[in-house]
Design a protein around this ligand. Structure first.
Ligand SMILES: *Cc1c(COP(=O)(O)O)cnc(C)c1O
Length: 383
């Protein structure tokens, strides 16, 4: 058994993918070929609300670059503070440090793994220039109050949407928006195991404002608008044409992939609640009312320090599981010297020491899930 089955997923769309890739090979349009623009346009239609102006999609080399270029495009300067959750993948905070900005770590909500407006307010100072809400594991942060606060304080919102592409957030007035399209810039990753993954590295930014989009595009291309005329220091961050061609095929299947993950998650939750009705051993994922969940990960919170023992037990039964993420950022060596934190970050710590993610992917079947559930049952039975 595997955490993800990318080979199985490929085999189902092999003809389409192979044809798309061959076309790139036959034209040798490896750098900025037509597939890159086509994919960006199609992704833009996918994420934009019908009737609205389509958002700018700026492709780049990976999700980490997307976050870095976003911070650069917004003109943040050394000394500026950026609020980031302490419980996230390192990339969300790494780029802040890399640019000489100060990451301000704030705690997350125990139920959703996401930052809340209360957490953000604790981290805010007059030096705050941006917030990076991370839609962790596939569900949107509660964006409405965050956006409102950012507007009041005149600070930027950069969504880390690496794990939630396809998720939909509903505002209190009923308006809907896709994850990554609500802030000033939304950053996403096409790492192979992400919900929309390519066959290597890839990333993109979603940007409403045309000027900011043009700036991000320029930064991703050596800071040039006209070839060999460099107006700012930029970087070299491109989405490969081959990857764009593959992504364009997979984009057509994204909604169905989200549904498959959601169905698998519902099955786990139903069965796992039956096994542990009093919640003595674990807490199943929480689904907030105003966001859909695309289940990039299916993550349990394991109680009573049983986490590591359960992980070992599953492994002994041939069932893989993963800890995303074993250390909160405030405990990472690299961040200690540069971080400011406004509070204790106890929930991030508690989560890091209790989370366990089970296999979930687009090809998983209830038969496979029954093996996972059976292995969990035998653990419970022996305690
Ligand atoms: C994967 C991921 C990234 C970075 O994406 P890469 O394409 O691997 O650089 C950033 N943030 C989060 C939350 C991620 O899961």
């Amino acid at each position: 058994m595997q955490m993800v089955d990318l080979v199985g997923q490929y085999h189902k769309i092999k003809d389409e993918v192979d044809r798309a890739v061959e076309q790139v090979f036959e034209t040798a349009a490896f750098i900025n070929g037509p597939a890159v623009k086509n994919f960006a346009n199609n992704l833009s239609s996918y994420i934009s609300e019908p009737g609205d102006v389509n958002l700018n999609v700026v492709p780049c080399a990976n999700g980490t670059d997307a976050l870095q270029i976003a911070l650069m495009a917004l003109g943040l300067k050394p000394g500026d503070e950026v609020i980031v959750p302490a419980f996230t993948y390192v990339a969300s905070a790494e780029v802040i440090g890399l640019l000489g900005l100060t990451p301000v770590m704030v705690d997350v909500d125990y139920n959703t793994f996401c930052v809340t407006i209360e957490n953000i307010k604790k981290g805010y100072s007059p030096k705050t220039k941006a917030i990076i809400p991370v839609h962790l594991f596939g569900q949107c942060c509660d964006m409405e109050p965050i956006l409102q606060f950012a507007k009041e304080k005149n600070i930027f919102v950069i969504e880390d949407n690496a794990q939630a592409i396809g998720a939909v957030y509903t505002f209190s007035d009923g308006r809907k928006a896709k994850a990554g399209t609500m802030g000033d810039i939304g950053c996403t990753s096409f790492f192979p195991s992400k919900n929309l993954g390519c066959f290597g590295d890839g990333g993109a930014m979603f940007i409403k404002d045309d000027e900011i989009a043009a700036r991000a595009k320029m930064i991703a291309n050596h800071g040039q608008r006209i070839k060999y005329h460099h107006s700012v220091i930029g970087c070299n961050s491109r989405l490969d044409t081959v990857q764009a061609a593959i992504l364009d095929v997979k984009l057509k299947h994204l909604d169905q992939y989200c549904q498959a993950r959601y169905d698998a998650a519902s099955y786990y939750t139903q069965k796992l609640k039956e096994l542990d009705p009093s919640g003595k051993f674990y807490v199943t994922p929480y689904e907030r009312a105003n966001s859909t969940h695309v289940y990039h990960q299916y993550t349990l919170k394991v109680k009573n320090n049983y986490r590591d023992e359960l992980k070992e037990h599953l492994a002994s039964q041939g069932v893989p599981s993963m800890i995303y993420y074993p250390l909160p950022l405030q405990e990472q060596e690299a961040f200690k010297p540069i971080t400011r934190s406004a509070e204790e970050l106890n929930i991030s710590r508690e989560l890091a020491y209790s989370v366990l993610s089970l296999p979930i992917h687009t090809e998983i079947t209830t038969d496979i899930q029954d093996v996972v559930i059976g292995a969990i049952k035998s653990f419970l039975d022996s305690h």
